[in-house]
Design a protein around this ligand. Structure first.
Ligand code: SF4
Ligand code: SF4
Length: 328
């Protein structure tokens, strides 16, 4: 399953390939030597969901787990926690639908797994669709075929966790699950954040639109003048599925206090992007936390390498001394 908006979902991948999928699961089961396999799917009622349930029913080694259709419950770290699995007790492998299909293709059909199904979605697309492509498929071709907005931002992935595809990238990468295209609005509205906001919604319900009935708002890349400092509203903490405090970590990082950020458990961030989404100040918390995790990992690796180097020198020194003593 995949719960982020605009990426290829499991049912789109499985529609014509359900038996390939179960064959892939069987291959995995024999590779894992009868370790438990959890098959996670949303708890929805649909003809296709029932078909999957019935299909899996006969395989006693696959335990079906149904989870609510709420983002980001499709995150592997959150799923492992929900299933009570601990990394300390052994490795946990998480494979997406397309991975199981690739295992089937490689091990049953003995064919290379080069083709994948990706979604083309977002407000800037003529008609959202799924396409079957090989890695390296030209982004220019996607642009020419599907994009109708004259100026559009092309994102590799969904709107919450996707990365901007710059002009230097010519084709889609091997991990791509979808391309999201949004109208590009570069200008900020002058003093946009203090406007009454009849036509825009916000998690904070701080605009006049909170008095309206539910309405559709178009996603764009526009900031509307909202980029500003943290106002300590706590919304990011409220939505964080990892139970950490993004605003506190953001303040530590702002002051270069990396150790404090580490103590605040930045490592637990599952990179879901919900904090950035709800932040009324439009701070890119997710990116800041990802960068901090990478920096901490790099520093730890450097310390480990330095310790190894020191140990090696110590061992060499000991070996030299003992050979000197032996020759005396
Ligand atoms: S800090 Fe933000 S990106 Fe990380 S898990 Fe919490 S809400 Fe998600
Ligand atoms: S949601 Fe944004 S403004 Fe509110 S506390 Fe978090 S970082 Fe600060």
């Amino acid at each position: 399953m995949s719960l982020e908006p605009f990426v290829a979902r499991g049912d789109a991948q499985l529609h014509k390939r359900l038996s390939n999928f179960t064959r892939g699961l069987e291959q995995l089961q024999s590779l894992l030597e009868y370790q438990p396999i959890y098959l996670v799917m949303p708890d929805i009622k649909s003809e296709f969901a029932n078909l999957i349930r019935n299909h899996i029913h006969g395989h006693a080694w696959a335990k079906m787990v149904e989870i609510p259709l709420i983002y980001p419950y499709d995150d592997f770290a959150i799923l492992a926690r929900k299933l009570g699995l601990k990394r300390s007790e052994g490795p946990i492998w998480a494979v997406r639908t397309e991975g199981v299909l690739a295992v089937d293709r490689a091990l049953t059909l003995e064919k290379s797994c080069l083709v994948r199904i990706i979604s083309i979605g977002g407000i800037g697309v003529n008609s959202p669709t799924h396409i079957k492509v090989m890695p390296g498929y030209p982004i220019k071709k996607i642009q020419e075929t599907y994009v109708f907005e004259p100026a559009a931002r092309i994102i590799n992935g969904g709107i919450l966790t996707g990365d901007l595809l710059g002009t230097e990238r010519l084709g889609i990468d091997t991990e791509c699950r979808g391309i999201t295209i949004l109208p590009e609005l570069k200008d900020r509205e002058f003093l946009g954040f203090i406007r009454p906001g009849w036509d825009r919604s916000c998690y904070a319900a701080c605009y006049l639109s909170s008095l309206r009935e539910k309405f559709h708002e178009r996603f764009t890349t526009g900031l509307r003048g909202e980029g500003r400092p943290c106002i300590s509203c706590n919304f990011c903490e409220e939505v964080c599925p990892a139970d950490i405090t993004p605003h506190l970590i953001h303040k530590y990082l702002y002051r270069d206090l990396i150790e404090e950020a580490e103590q605040a458990r930045v490592d637990l961030c599952v990179e879901c992007g919900l904090c950035s989404f709800v932040c009324p100040s439009k701070i890119d918390l997710r990116k800041q936390l990802i960068d901090a995790k990478a920096l901490i990992a790099k520093e730890k690796e450097e310390i480990r390498q330095e310790q190894e180097r020191q140990e090696r020198l110590r061992q060499e020194e000991l070996a030299r001394k003992s050979s000197e003593e032996a020759s005396e």
